[in-house]
Design a protein. Structure first.
Length: 186
């Protein structure tokens, strides 16, 4: 398999991790501008709220990468909306929960926990299996302990699935940002 590896996104995982935990919600969307990606999830460009909740949309190679700040999971929960007419993949992880979802043209193709790929669901849950295996993610739940770096591997999987690449230079560039306080993500 060609493409991103866990090492490709170790820097991004590091940006959203401290010594003990990672808090990150990121969405990769092919062929959409940052403005259009925010529009699809009902976020109006402006600024983060006083609470710090919101989404930053970064122009990236092949599309847009959305990084969410706060607790809402908007980017993850609205991946279907992002994927209409294109493809989107989102990664979500915090101390209580984690997940990967891949959507094509409004359909959820596969979704799974970063620690329980064997419990995947979706319209075609095995579509990304060769990439999951190549990235060393736990396919059948038989790895002892937890995979060394499921977050970086999941981010690499999102790039492979969408063809969208985020570099540290993209993340350092200005982003469109908007508050998510007004959204109900349920």
């Amino acid at each position: 398999m060609d493409g991103a590896t866990a090492a490709t996104y170790e820097w991004l995982r590091g940006e959203f991790s401290d010594a003990e935990e990672t808090w990150l919600c990121a969405g990769f969307v092919r062929d959409l501008s940052p403005r259009e990606a925010l529009r699809r999830i009902h976020v109006t460009p402006g600024s983060l709220s006083e609470s710090g909740q919101g989404v930053a949309a970064y122009a990236a190679d092949g599309g847009t990468v959305l990084i969410e700040y706060g607790w809402a999971r908007t980017v993850y929960d609205k991946a279907r909306l992002l994927s209409v007419g294109t493809v989107a993949a989102s990664v979500y992880v915090n101390i209580k929960n984690d997940g990967f979802t891949y959507c094509v043209d409004g359909r959820q193709i596969t979704t799974f926990s970063l620690y329980a790929y064997s419990l995947r669901e979706g319209a075609d849950p095995d579509r990304l299996q060769s990439d999951v295996e190549d990235l060393g993610m736990d396919i059948d739940g038989n790895q002892l302990g937890f995979p060394d770096d499921p977050v970086s591997s999941a981010l690499a999987l999102a790039e492979r699935a969408t063809g969208v690449h985020l570099s540290s230079a993209h993340l350092a560039s200005p982003a469109l940002i908007g508050s998510t306080d007004h959204l109900d993500t349920a």
